[in-house]
Design a protein around this ligand. Structure first.
Ligand SMILES: [Ca+2]
Ligand SMILES: [Ca+2]
Length: 325
């Protein structure tokens, strides 16, 4: 539990208790089609086996306790390992356990073990204070086959999610549409962000959106019919508890429309404050001004990842932008 509290406390600070806030007005958008073909790439495969130190994991519950408190929907099992349930519907229980050790390269190796080592899978994360992680299990898409989700921190606050099937076969993720700006380094074996919960058949993910500063947004993912995990909508919704951005020169904007196409153009004058509501992390950021006007900003980026609005760097339009340190 300690590791979860550490992680949640830090994230709540960043996220500003968004889940308890009033709903943010978000432009509606039809569900995105999941792309049918994504080539599978290998997951991280650790190559340095030496183990220097074993790290204690939370005390185990009994199988009966674990099963009784598990309603069948996806939920955290990180503090009740080993965890037993019939994960593939064959009438026999499988048992999930997790071992962690620190290698000479000072990376943590999280080895997920299924039923006496019948299947294993290893994730690498950085070694940090309490090494935050969480493990979730359940049948998100209700096809009778459980998934296992592992969240960890690859580097300083570079949270990452992996998903595995009942035989610990890795799922693939739809490639992040923001990867082009990052230089295409993103793989489809992992998802940047961390799990904030589950809603119906959706995985709720919080992630960083680096556009008009560093912003934390949330969006939902599901498992497509092709088995690929992708976002329901391209839009990341921001917390309402955000510092407004102070405009320092005429800022070109457009009226927000239900679809993505921007509406009528207008200028936001210097001195106006605007609060970002959401963005797609690639081109559009929706906002509301202090005077209650809603609209959308259109951004572009160059080969260095610098953001521009109407040809000017984004920083030129605002007193400050909330960049992460
Ligand atoms: Ca089984
Ligand atoms: Ca499933």
């Amino acid at each position: 539990m300690k590791h979860r509290i550490w992680m949640l406390a830090g994230l709540c600070l960043l996220w500003g208790c968004a889940r308890g806030a009033a709903p943010v007005r978000v432009p509606t958008e039809p569900p995105m089609e999941l792309s049918p073909r994504i080539e599978e790439e290998p997951m991280v495969a650790p190559t340095a086996p030496p183990v220097e130190a074993e790290v204690a994991l939370p005390a185990a519950q009994t199988d009966a306790e674990a099963e009784e408190s598990f309603a069948g929907t996806c939920q955290s099992v990180g503090d009740r390992l080993p965890f037993s349930s019939d994960m593939d519907g064959d009438g026999e229980k499988e048992t999930l356990s997790l071992a962690v050790s620190v290698g000479e390269d000072e990376y943590a190796r999280w080895q997920l073990v299924l039923t006496d080592g019948a299947e294993t899978y290893t994730f690498l994360t950085e070694v940090g204070e309490d090494m935050p992680f969480d493990l979730y299990a359940g049948d998100l898409n209700q096809d009778g086959q459980w998934e296992v989700y592992f969240c960890g921190d690859l580097a300083s606050s570079d949270y990452v999610i992996y998903a595995l099937g009942p035989k610990l076969t890795p799922f693939t993720f739809e490639p992040d549409e923001r990867a082009e700006r990052w230089g295409g380094s993103q793989t489809n074996a992992e998802l940047n962000g961390f799990i904030d919960g589950f809603e119906d058949d959706h995985l709720v993910v919080i992630g960083v959106v680096d556009m008009l500063g560093t912003n934390w947004g949330v969006r939902n993912y599901c498992i497509g019919d092709d088995g690929v995990i992708g976002p329901i909508s391209t839009v990341w919704t921001y917390s309402e508890e955000r510092e407004p951005l102070v405009v320092t020169r005429d800022l070109p904007a457009n009226a927000a429309r239900a679809r993505k196409e921007p509406g009528e153009a207008f200028l936001i004058p210097a001195g106006e404050k605007l609060t970002l509501l959401c963005s797609d992390g690639c081109r559009y950021a929706w906002f509301v001004t202090d005077s209650g006007k809603q609209g959308v900003l259109t951004l572009t980026y160059d080969e260095n990842g610098q953001w521009f609005i109407d040809g000017r760097p984004e920083e030129d339009y605002f007193e400050t932008l909330p960049y992460a340190g």
